[in-house]
Ligand binder design. Sequence first.
Ligand code: GLN
Length: 231
Amino acid sequence: PSTEVSGETYIIGTDTTFAPFEYREDGELTGIDMDLVRDIAASQGFTVEIQSLGFDAALQALQSNQVDGVIAGMSITDERELIFDFSDPYFDSGVQMAVAEANTEITAYADLAGETVVAKRGSEGETFANSIKDEYGFTVKALADSATMYDDVKAGNSVAVFDDYPVLAYGINQNNGLKSVTEKEQGSSYGFAVNKGQNPELLAAFNAGLAELEASGAYQDILDTYLDAPA
Ligand code: GLN
């Protein structure tokens, strides 16, 4: 355990409804990110106070130093590396499109012409949707969290959602009323973030704890717990 973080309490911001990375079960925050940050804190001797803020709100809270770190299935991107410092990557992800289960009209981006899609404000999904909207002639509506986006598609207010594929796949596997019809896009890996130049000891402790969990097999056990769970 690192002595610099020992006995410290860090406030960690996260997303609200991003299963299997962070979500509530019986009122308790759970998921891969939650297990990861709690196990790392325990092994490195620090305490975490987790705040379920929402994705964009968590990033803003980090920028204004209202939280010490963010773990939220947050992709390590070049733009973000200008303002945040990231841990070593811990999960490879990417964006995918999903539509309502009953929808037979939309099977490709080309079918989105004249339609509205949803993506999460401030997310890679939003960036990707915006990057192809002119080419395919659709409108992108930004919402704050995944559950609200999925409801918007199911209610028919938008025809498709762009979100991270492991999160879409987890929901679809639980029969959430959506389906994927296109391949996933090449994406970035998730990392734990601190504000640029802030809390370097926390970042170092996270990396040390992550390396230990990977070496011991405990990290794989966490993934298996959430990703192989039957619907
Ligand atoms: N991985 C995506 C991003 O970083 C989405 C994260 C999220 O919605 N919690 O933009």
